[in-house]
Ligand binder design. Structure first.
Ligand code: ATP
Ligand code: MG
Length: 691
């Protein structure tokens, strides 16, 4: 294409360019699906963005492209990158509007969009409510209670475990017996009961017009198994592109294959060495089998130059992954020389670890690195607790990814339930919660109300004419009048939100001592609401992409504030920072003692450390506290345990690291090896994990 502007493809290396332009220009007519398989930081995501931009420049209609990413954040980042490339290519000034961007988002978000659109044709009602994990767990708990499994059957799996099993069966398409045997061996005795429970759960979802996360994929996959629909949906998209393909599950592969059986127009990129979601049913087989999944074999492009990290960081990361049992050999090189090795920092305990990290972060900021250019990564969300305290003490703002979500606070859940119940009066979960916010109404009355609403032809009518117990009458009248108003079709969003909040404020004051603080959260929620076009969109999109917790505990931060990133390693996928700290690089954390069962699990933990290390561009610090705190939620008591450096950093690898000991250097500290005594009780933690 002739333009007077610099060709953005000129910045790509030959392999990247090959991938970005596959099927266009010289290779027009090559309709093979495309796989880019390459190591961390080699520009896979960047290449994908250039490919999208190139296709658009060549005349592809963005509305006929589907771009699937691992998170909403990743989708936004991708849109930004594509926009940037297009702007450069078209010579548009920064403010000028870009052409439409593709359908982009997670499989779940795009699934929700498609299912709503095709609802009438696949036997769904369009106004379905989406349950997040918490809601789904609660519904599972309710159903479990209703069919009598919670009380009578002692030691029956907890609601979270039940949902985990259900979800795994759905996402892997493995039979229940196999899932129990291989992943939940302590639940095998309950196979029959679980079957019954899952049947009742599915029933309840249907009755209440609710879909959970798994349904968003499952129903989409089912839809793609129906040839007419698959063809119709497939034909709407000329291109389907997927980032982080190594972490997709069986359903996602089926969806892709169903939409594009010939493979034409399919592009996936990923790195098998970074597959870290098999615990959730993802399978690295998807990427390994991709070359021969479609009617025509794929074109495979590999990338070898790493643009992200300095040579010493790359060497240390490569050493860790080179010890993996199974992997596609990849040779990564970089020309970013540096004399600064990654640091292996030995500290006495987690409190000191927090101090060291906070000091270091401030030092970096003084040296010119914004807080946002730095990240602290950890294995499990609760590992950052001591650091969060330390940061708060020193007034260092942070945002935490992958931890507790804003929407999980009970007052936020209350207000959301009020809106959800208005949107979908058949949602028993929402109704149950809302009804009990009225003084004088307990579980029994709430159930009576919901039953009456379920049986009535017009649920709103049933709600209005419901007779509560005498003590609840006054409160009930107010609630009924709220729902009469919310039901008004003329009401324009976010006026519903204002009404709901006005009704809820007195409830909040009655229920919580710290109502003043919680009120700020509600205001935050109202502000968020204003950014969505309708009640339905607000409810759907917020459920699929909940805002993160920030250092002041009140929802998402202002856009241009500077803040430190705290993230679980799982949530840090695909991202990069100038400086990265990894907490608790000790045996028991990485690998997690919950994962030391099988070789596969240990190998996944190794890849996790690799993912963490490869996020760093210039500085990498692995922290090794000699003692760390174990919270035994299962009742075994909290205690400190003595740990040793993670087994993934072997003695031979220490040459890649600069040893640091703080506050003082114990002799031979770096060579410390793990003791052979068990560092904690695996079973207790495993149980706690399913709470
Ligand atoms: P991951 O496996 O972690 O997802 P990735 O392979 O997707 O990594 P990118 O995030 O696309 O890698 O790229 C890593 C960094 O390298 C980014 O900062 C990107 O801008 C830069 N980069 C990629 N390709 C080039 C290039 N051709 N020239 C200069 N910089 C590049
Ligand atoms: Mg990437």
């Amino acid at each position: 294409m002739d333009t007077p502007y610099p060709d953005p493809l000129a910045s790509l290396n030959p392999q990247q360019r090959e991938a970005a332009t596959h099927g266009t220009g010289d290779t027009a007519g090559d309709t093979r699906p495309l796989l880019v398989i390459a190591g961390a930081g080699s520009g896979k995501t960047n290449t994908l963005a250039h490919r999208v931009a190139t296709l658009i420049r060549q005349g592809a209609d963005p509305q006929r492209m589907m771009l699937l990413t691992f998170s909403r954040r990743a989708a936004q980042e991708m849109e930004r990158r594509v926009g940037g490339v297009l702007q450069q290519a078209l010579g548009l000034p920064g403010t000028q509007a870009l052409p439409n961007l593709p359908w982009s988002g997670t499989f779940h978000a795009l699934g929700a969009r498609l299912l709503r659109e095709y609802a009438p044709r696949i036997g769904l009602e369009e106004n379905f409510t989406i349950h997040d994990r918490g809601d789904a767990e609660d519904l599972m708990g309710l159903v479990r209670h209703e069919i009598g499994f919670s009380d009578q059957k002692k030691r029956f799996p907890l609601k979270g475990t039940c949902l985990g099993i259900y979800s795994r069966v759905l996402n892997t398409r493995d039979p229940l017996a196999l899932v129990l045997q291989s992943v939940y061996p302590w639940c095998t005795q309950w196979e029959d009961e679980l079957k019954k429970l899952f049947g009742a759960y599915v029933e309840a979802k249907q009755q209440q017009n609710v879909l959970d996360y798994d349904d968003l994929l499952g129903f989409w996959a089912d839809m793609m198994a129906e040839p007419t629909l698959a063809q119709e949906v497939g034909a709407r998209f000329d291109h389907v592109l997927v980032d982080e393909y190594q972490d997709t599950n069986r359903l996602q592969a089926e969806i892709l294959l169903g939409m594009k059986p010939s493979g034409q127009g399919v592009t996936v990129v990923g790195d098998d060495a970074q597959s870290i979601y098999s615990f959730r049913g993802a399978t690295v087989r998807n990427i390994l089998d991709f070359p021969h999944r479609f009617a025509q074999p794929a074109r495979v492009v590999t990338l070898e130059r790493n643009y992200r990290s300095t040579q010493p960081i790359l060497e240390a990361s490569n050493a860790v992954i080179a010890a993996a049992r199974e992997r596609h050999a990849k040779n990564l090189f970089t020309d970013k020389a540096s004399s600064q090795r990654a640091q292996l920092v030995l500290v006495p305990d987690e409190a000191q670890q927090a101090r060291w990290v906070a000091d270091q972060v401030l030092r970096q900021r003084e040296a010119g690195a914004a807080l946002k250019a730095q990240a602290v990564l950890f294995r499990a969300s609760h590992h950052s607790a001591p650091l969060e305290l330390e940061l708060a003490r020193r007034n260092i703002p942070f945002v935490k990814f992958g931890g507790l979500k804003f929407l999980e606070a009970s007052h936020i859940k209350d207000l959301m339930a009020v809106l959800r119940f208005a949107q979908n009066p058949r949602s028993r979960m929402a109704g149950f919660r809302v009804a009990q916010l009225v003084p004088g109404i307990g579980a029994a009355t709430a159930t009576r109300l919901l039953d009456a609403m379920g049986e009535a032809g017009d649920p709103q009518q049933a709600l209005q004419s419901f007779e509560p117990p005498a003590a609840a009458r006054e409160g009930w009248t107010e609630l009924a009048s709220l729902y009469a108003k919310l039901d008004d079709a003329e009401l324009a969003w976010p006026a519903d939100m204002e009404l709901a909040k006005a009704w809820y404020l007195p409830v909040l004051e009655r229920l919580h001592d710290d109502a003043q603080v919680r009120k700020l959260d509600l205001e935050q929620l109202v502000r968020l609401a204003a950014g969505y076009g309708s009640r339905e969109r607000f409810l759907t999109e917020l459920t699929l992409d909940p805002p993160e917790v920030t250092s002041d505990q009140s929802g998402p931060p202002l856009r241009d504030e500077d803040y430190l990133i705290l993230s679980t390693i799982h949530s840090a996928k695909g991202q990069e920072w100038k400086a990265v700290h990894v907490l608790n690089v000790v045996d028991g954390c990485i690998p997690s003692d919950m994962a030391t069962g099988t070789t596969e699990e240990i190998e996944e933990e190794r890849r996790l450390l690799y993912v963490a290390m490869t996020r760093a561009k210039e500085q990498l610090h692995l922290l090794v506290p000699q003692r760390f705190y174990v919270s035994q939620q299962s009742g075994g008591g909290d205690r400190h345990v003595y740990a040793g450096r993670s087994r993934f950093i072997t003695e031979a690898m220490t040459k890649h690291f600069e040893p640091v000991a703080w506050p003082h250097a114990p002799a031979g500290s770096l060579a410390a090896t793990p003791s052979t005594a068990p560092v904690m009780q695996v079973r207790d933690r495993a149980r706690a994990a399913w709470r």
